[in-house]
Design a protein around this ligand. Structure first.
Ligand code: SF4
Length: 404
């Protein structure tokens, strides 16, 4: 059993002998580069990765991996700046978690590079920037909060021990009183009160919402540049979801943190992106198919997949929701695509009600809409001169996607 004095390594990483994080003001300063830059990232799995084993309905659970590698992420390029928020929205198995984990350096890409403040994370790990930046700086700067906070917190450690650990690791100059003060202050800030009462409780003595708050505090205590919030509100009651998302918004203002917020729920994605002035990237079968502000992506979706996601999201009014459940689905096939053998051309074409012959041959690139340079969609329908418009529908006729 662990004790309060244990110093075992957690997901916050381990401080190397040369780690720079001795005080709360240390770290790699803003050097004008994006905080995170992903260039042409692809991730393939040849065998079941440990992380996916615990994720029901993930890509690797839904398909027999066999000999063929599963491409979880395909040629994705994104940037995240200071205090930026990027919401990754997509169904289970779309590759959004793999993309998020690659962005914070805990999943190695098969192709492409991940840069933290201009430094190639792989080069940093291999010590090629020794003296300028250390891998420990990267590990402190890029944190994660999981969906299942109960599993993420050690059941044998008190809240005091759990939250002292990252402070001991990254800020060894703090004495026990400083650490306790910081922890108490964060517990109060996040609404886990009376804070003194919670210090010596164990995770099972906390509610789900309190556990998630403690998991968020653990990530935030090391003052990271980016937090990957992976479905952090999915397991909570609807009433608590707003509270936790509002808490993340408040903490962003206090700590100037950037977020990659992962959600399969369009309502949560929209709420968080609107509150943080962030962007939503819609992920389908390992590719980003649409990106823009919540007004652009949710109110005025361009890509048929986003339009279907919006159609599939139930209205909040229960009577209206009951009526819409009986509507026929606009998706052309219920058969899930095989990520080890993705469809040719546009990966969405077997399901797309707007698909034409041209879509089976060529994969569309993300292009912006005229007048909205930051709203990009990967669909030939955005190009009025594309051969798409001269080719035949693959479903006999084009089908409408009802609006919500
Ligand atoms: S490119 Fe074709 S198949 Fe792909 S989303 Fe657009 S219309 Fe549908």
């Amino acid at each position: 059993m662990s004790t309060d004095d244990d110093n075992s390594t957690s997901e916050t990483g381990s401080p190397g002998s040369t780690a720079s994080a001795n005080t709360l003001s240390t770290g790699v300063e803003d050097n004008g580069e994006p905080v995170l830059e992903l260039e042409n990232i692809s991730v393939e799995f040849k065998e079941e990765p440990l992380i996916e084993q615990a994720m029901p309905q993930s890509i690797v659970d839904r398909f027999d991996l066999g000999e063929d590698p599963v491409q979880a992420v395909s040629d994705v390029s994104i940037e995240l700046g200071e205090e930026d928020v990027l919401v990754l929205l997509g169904e289970s198995g779309s590759g959004k978690t793999t993309l998020g984990r690659t962005a914070i350096g805990i999943q190695e890409p098969t192709e492409g590079t991940v840069k933290y403040r201009g430094y190639d994370v792989q080069d940093v790990e291999d010590g090629r920037h020794s003296g300028e930046i250390y891998y420990e700086d990267v590990r402190r700067a890029l944190q994660i909060v999981h969906q299942d906070s109960n599993a993420a917190l050690n059941p044998y450690r008190t809240i005091r021990a759990t939250l002292s650990e990252p402070l001991k690791l990254w800020f060894p100059d703090l004495d026990v009183n400083d650490r306790n003060e910081r922890i108490l202050s964060m517990l109060r800030t996040t609404g886990v009160t009376p804070a003194e009462d919670y210090m010596d409780r164990y995770p099972h003595e906390l509610s789900g919402g309190e556990q998630q708050r403690v998991a968020i505090i653990r990530a935030m205590l090391v003052e990271p540049d980016v937090i990957l919030a992976d479905e952090v509100v999915s397991a909570l009651d609807v009433s608590l979801r707003i509270d936790i998302m509002d808490l993340l918004v408040d903490l962003q203002e206090m700590f100037s943190t950037s977020y990659i917020f992962i959600s399969h729920n369009l309502t949560n994605a929209r709420y968080f992106a609107e509150k943080t002035d962030g962007k939503i990237a819609v992920v389908y079968l390992g590719e980003i198919v649409e990106i823009g502000t919540p007004e652009e992506v949710i109110e005025n979706p361009k890509h048929p997949y986003t339009q279907i996601l919006r159609w599939a999201s139930l209205p909040l009014d229960p009577v209206e929701a009951r009526e819409t459940i009986t509507e026929p689905s606009p998706v052309m096939t219920e058969e899930a695509p095989d990520p080890s053998d993705p469809p040719s051309g546009c990966r969405f074409h077997p399901s797309c009600p707007k698909a034409r012959e041209a879509c089976t041959r060529e994969n569309p690139e993300l292009v912006s809409e005229e007048g909205s340079p930051d709203h990009l969609s990967a669909c030939f329908r955005e190009n009025s001169t594309h051969e798409y418009w001269q080719s035949e529908s693959i479903h006999g006729e084009e089908h409408e996607i009802p609006e919500r």
